[in-house]
Design a binder for this molecule. Structure first.
Ligand SMILES: [Zn+2]
Ligand SMILES: [Zn+2]
Length: 345
């Protein structure tokens, strides 16, 4: 099969033929129809995760089951499926309690094993992790859910427990940030979006942000406090830098909740976080790490009903060759919205 292969951390990705995977016990092989590219793929490429090279990235996928391993009960060849980027083991207390997103024995396609920038991908513990794609939902839309959209949904619903009328500051209007804006709005929240890219802010306004702030050196927390009288109820750092994390925390009103979604890998040392404010204002600092397959039905119901439209966030569809060329610079990408890869394009 053709795949995007990275031979060493930071090396130029190459598209070439590699052996097709076979289904592990309890798992399946999926023919990839659509797969998203996000900043996490760039982190893996740059060597910020523990990756065994040569490596195939890709973790936001949708496709069709083509092979079923021993012991799989719920899935058969031909099923149209997607999967959360964190795949739980299916046996531990966390998985059995519906929280596979924090499974200590988790697998992540594109990180712990070869991912979906390829024609085929192997997935583990299929009965725990696979999600059937509803008839009305396209493969590209389904692929756009697995990482950023589901993460945004869980950050707001499962972690921040958003209620109607609350103000949400969303820092970063890339894929996860725009997803957060759209979901917050659909759930009755009011949104301030922050980004350094005016085009991304225009898109954020399109999908429901009431206010937008250009991060051009402006004092973001003061600007938020001016807009909504003392800060927002919830802040989401969808970027993951010392600056954006601090801006998110300092944009909160007293007793507000931060959900940290953007990754902060300690490559340049651990980030400084304004904990004095967290203590004095009794802020909640929450992490969010994807969403378990068990929690997909609530989100899929809103998509089927049309109140959430993740397909509106898809910016472009590219092939494997373009994906290989784009990956090394993806941390600097200014394209707003989600990039989808079609492996046979
Ligand atoms: Zn587990
Ligand atoms: Zn992702």
């Amino acid at each position: 099969m053709r795949a995007v292969v990275v031979d060493a951390a930071g090396s130029r990705p190459e598209v070439r033929d590699v052996p097709q995977p076979s289904a592990p016990d309890g798992g399946v092989v999926v023919r990839v129809v659509a797969t998203g590219m996000c900043r996490s793929d760039w982190h893996a490429w740059a060597g910020h995760d523990e990756i065994a090279f040569p490596h195939v990235p890709g973790h936001e996928l949708a496709g069709e089951v083509v092979e079923v391993g021993a012991g799989v009960a719920r899935w058969t060849v031909g099923d149209k499926v997607t999967v959360p980027f964190v795949c739980g083991c299916g046996r531990c207390a966390w998985c059995l309690g519906g929280n596979a997103q924090v499974c200590p024995d988790q697998e992540q396609p594109g990180f712990t094993h070869w991912g979906s920038f390829a024609e085929y991908v192997a997935l583990h513990a299929a009965d725990t992790n696979l999600v059937a794609i509803p008839e009305q939902v396209s493969f590209a839309t389904a692929a756009s859910l697995g990482c950023r959209f589901a993460t945004a949904y869980r950050a707001l619903v499962g972690r921040a427990r958003i209620t109607e009328g609350e103000w949400v500051t969303v820092i970063g209007a890339g894929g996860v940030g725009l997803s957060t804006v759209m979901i917050a709005r659909a759930l009755g929240g009011r949104v301030i979006a922050v980004d350094r890219n005016p085009e991304a802010l225009a898109l954020a306004a399109d999908v429901g942000a009431e206010h937008t702030l250009l991060a051009d050196g402006t004092d973001i927390p003061s600007a938020v406090a001016d807009l909504v009288n003392g800060g927002s109820d919830i802040a989401i750092d969808a970027v993951g830098s010392e600056q954006t994390c601090a801006d998110a925390i300092l944009s909160l009103r007293r007793r507000g909740r931060l959900v940290q979604v953007g990754l902060l890998p300690p490559v340049g040392g651990h980030p400084r976080v304004p904990m004095a404010r967290v203590i004095a204002w009794e802020l909640d600092v929450l992490g969010s790490h994807g969403m378990a397959a068990a929690d997909y039905p609530g989100m899929l119901a809103l998509i089927e009903a049309g109140s959430l439209q993740p397909q509106r966030l898809i910016e472009r569809t590219i092939g494997l060759d373009d994906a290989a060329a784009l990956l090394p610079g993806f941390d600097q990408a200014t394209v707003a919205g989600i990039t989808i890869i079609d492996p046979i394009r």
